[in-house]
Ligand binder design. Sequence first.
Ligand code: PLP
Length: 373
Amino acid sequence: MKKAYLDNASTTALRPEVILEMTKILTEDYGNPSSTHSQGRNAKSILELSRKSIARQLNAAASEIIFTSCGTEADNWILRSAVKNLKIERIITSKIEHHAVLHTAMALQDEYGIQVDYVNVKPNGELDLTHLAELLSEEKKTLVSLMHVNNETGTVLDLDRVSQICQEHKALFHSDTVQSIGKAKIDLQHTPIDFIVASAHKFHGPKGAGFAFVRKNSGLQPLFFGGEQEKGQRAGTEAVHQIAGMAKALELSYENLETESLYIDSLKEYTVEKLKANFPDFKINGENTFYNLLNVTLPMDESKTSMILFHLDMKGIAVSRGSACQSGSIRPSHVLAEMLSPDELKKPNIRISFSHFNTKEDIDLLIEGLKRI
Ligand code: PLP
């Protein structure tokens, strides 16, 4: 059976060069980077070269990159330490964040009694930045946590503008950049953001590796205690092969960014054309969305909502509803719930997310699959 993987916002296939790099390290460079013998020093050197390479892609200092196991860990660490150690009294976030941020903010509200405020979401999925400035006018020690590219709709936040608003109000700014790292250029010398996070499996690297960018002298304290790895910021033996795979994946993503993003954008346009031709009343959720994401509501009977993914899966087509962690659930997406009316929310909706590995044939397969539902 022909298959079409159109769920690249959930995770991506590894690039062949990344597999080669990781296999070499797993086979030959198995030393512990904290050991002082030559095998250990070799592993340490791979680790530090990876850190430098990642920092270079983002125009950051190598010392500002801390390796973690995933994006979720990096988000949890930054939010938690901001409250516990930096004495943040309020988190301003939005109801369309990934649960790695949203649930962490709610847990911190319970545990520390901090204030959590939510920036209004406009019907087109963008955030109301005038409301953000209004919220910030109440003077309080604040961390703003707003994601760059929304993982369900692909709506994009203007990082420069929000960094500037936060600076004007002396608030710290964290952005969950899991969906944009490797897919959009970010220059951390130019954008005065305090913290960002990444996850390797979203940019054709391995699962089980991520990193946090933590601006110099931030004062964050570790979440885990143990060894002195990552300058004491994140105890636990580093997964050298995963980290080197992540660095390789990021390097290749940025090297090929222009050609790959143009190609992916053309696939998205092709999908929209095909949907228009076959389902004239379909609706795109979100405006000015990121080039690899397309969230649509389909003009189909409500009774098809819960089975649509299953039917497509039977035909070899992988897409999702909402984020991967929620796609098994019948609850409507918490992101779309902020943008759509209750009636619209009941209609079948899917998130199609592309990568450079996709072809027009994948889209044709999806359209044929949808026509037969
Ligand atoms: N933040 C966003 C925006 C995501 O899309 C995801 C993954 O879906 C995460 C955080 C969590 O990343 P990880 O899978 O590395 O924990």
